[in-house]
Each structure stands twice: as structure tokens, then as C-alpha cells.
Design a protein around this ligand. Structure first.
Ligand code: AMP
Length: 120
């Protein structure tokens, strides 16, 4: 699937839509999820236009992928989540339940998050 430059997170990156930013550097932006599923629910995205973990892991180099995931861990620590623990979720494509086609990692914490996969 080609990258859709009109997706919500691309628009946040361009400053066309508001977001409550919790971290930003040259490569990564993190902001609060607009519909939080936990006391802390932050989305972390690379600034480069990747649709999902699929193209990110195929196209981006190991330095870029590694830097991204190191930053996710740093953000979780800065949010005070490391001691009690937290959950990362990365939805990919249709079966993964991905709604926004710009790769994003969910950081969920602030209370026990519950069973690994939510059944509905
Ligand atoms: P996913 O299902 O993994 O694609 O998750 C998309 C997430 O983006 C959901 O948790 C939404 O609540 C969140 N979301 C959608 N629009 C916005 C927005 N404008 N600002 C922040 N989060 C958003």
C-alpha cells in the first residue's frame, strides 16, 4: 500500500492538525492518543513516511529502526512507566486492526493493562 500523505498523523506532522506532544526530536514525534485506553496512552511515530511496521522493517535501515525503538523506551521511562511496567502495541494492516496508515507504537500504562489480547 503506498503512503497516503493525507493520513491523520501526516497532517499532525505537518502541523495541520493539533496534537498534545509529549516528545519530539529530528526523527520522532510522540503525542497523546485522542481516545486514551489507559491513564497514559501515547503514540510514537517516526517522522519518515512509513505506512506500517511492514515497510518500516523492509525499507528503513537497522540504525533508523534501532534509534526509533530506543526512543520509544526512553519516552516510556520519561513518562515514569518503566518501574511498574507498560504495554507497547503495534497494529499492522487489516488483520492487525491498524486504522491510521502511518506506523505508530502505542505506549499504554498507568494501571495494569489487562490480558494480552483484548477479545471482543
Ligand atoms: P491504530 O488502530 O493502531 O491505527 O490506532 C490509531 C490510534 O490513533 C487510535 O488509538 C486513535 O484513538 C488514535 N487517533 C486517531 N486520531 C487521532 C488524533 N487526531 N490525535 C491523536 N490520536 C488519534
Amino acid at each position: 500500500m503506498p503512503y497516503d500523505t493525507s493520513n491523520i498523523f501526516a497532517r499532525i506532522l505537518r502541523g495541520e492538525l493539533p496534537a498534545t506532544k509529549v516528545y519530539e526530536d529530528d526523527h520522532v514525534l510522540a503525542f497523546n492518543d485522542v481516545a486514551p485506553k489507559a491513564p497514559v496512552h501515547v503514540l510514537v511515530i517516526p517522522k519518515q513516511p512509513f505506512v506500517s511496521m511492514d515497510d518500516f522493517s523492509r525499507i528503513a535501515g537497522p540504525e533508523e529502526v534501532g534509534r526509533f525503538f530506543k526512543t520509544v523506551g526512553e519516552i516510556a521511562r520519561e513518562l515514569g512507566l518503566a518501574e511498574n511496567g507498560y504495554r507497547l502495541i503495534l497494529n499492522i494492516g487489516g488483520h492487525g486492526g491498524q486504522e491510521v496508515p502511518h506506523i505508530h507504537v502505542h505506549i499504554l500504562g498507568g494501571r495494569p493493562i489487562g490480558p494480552m489480547v483484548m477479545v471482543r
